[in-house]
Ligand binder design. Sequence first.
Ligand SMILES: O=C(CO)[C@@H](O)[C@H](O)COP(=O)(O)O
Length: 240
Amino acid sequence: MLPLADLYPRDRLAVEISLWSADLADLGAEVARLTPYADVFHIDASDTRFVPSPLFFPDLVAALRPRTRVPFHVHVMAERALPLVEDFARAGVDLLSVHAEADDVADALQAIRARGGAAGLALRLDTPVDTVVAYFEDVDFVVLIGTPLGTKGTAMDPAAPDRVRQLRALVARTGRDRLPVIADGGIRENTVPDLASAGADAVVAGSLLLGSDDLAATTTWLHNQRGDVAFAGKRVEERT
Ligand SMILES: O=C(CO)[C@@H](O)[C@H](O)COP(=O)(O)O
């Protein structure tokens, strides 16, 4: 399995670039262009029931895999996650997250590790943060969703930073304080500082990076959010 402490170091906010927000007509070129700026490529997938859109599918991810050495994280939004977990693991995915609200969450988490991947538990906004405790033994990282699931271009719910803070406190109390916490959804110039100071180890950046005129400067700004660096990107228009 990947060394997650290196991927999500304590002194630097890690950047997962969401391929859903990239130029979907030219994904191979986008992966090459974005590789210098990505700690991880974030890839959304669904069974079309948990959220309506199928998003990325295993053959497409397998085709993109040889284009970069940057790890792939597939966020599986599915009622029954196991079939998609197996297909994406075969496609060469390094990290897979499944939802705490799925029917087969424990089986899916164990299957990810059995296939050599890092196993993540994703929580919808309406799922209590302490749900993670039941799965501690089988989880390598946690994804806290900050918007309605399966949307992009939407504003982060104001509760999101507090949920990160609650989870950070919970993992510190239970001795799992190196458990990486990834904030996904509504990642903007005005939300990143709160998420970083609440204790997020990584953010899933979509339009914040993909809409930037200066990828290098915006990435450096994100990485340094545990310090104090002025924003150098372009502001994002969003739906509410
Ligand atoms: O799944 C999500 C949001 O939950 C991301 O993967 C999107 O790609 C984010 O897009 P933006 O709203 O940041 O543009």
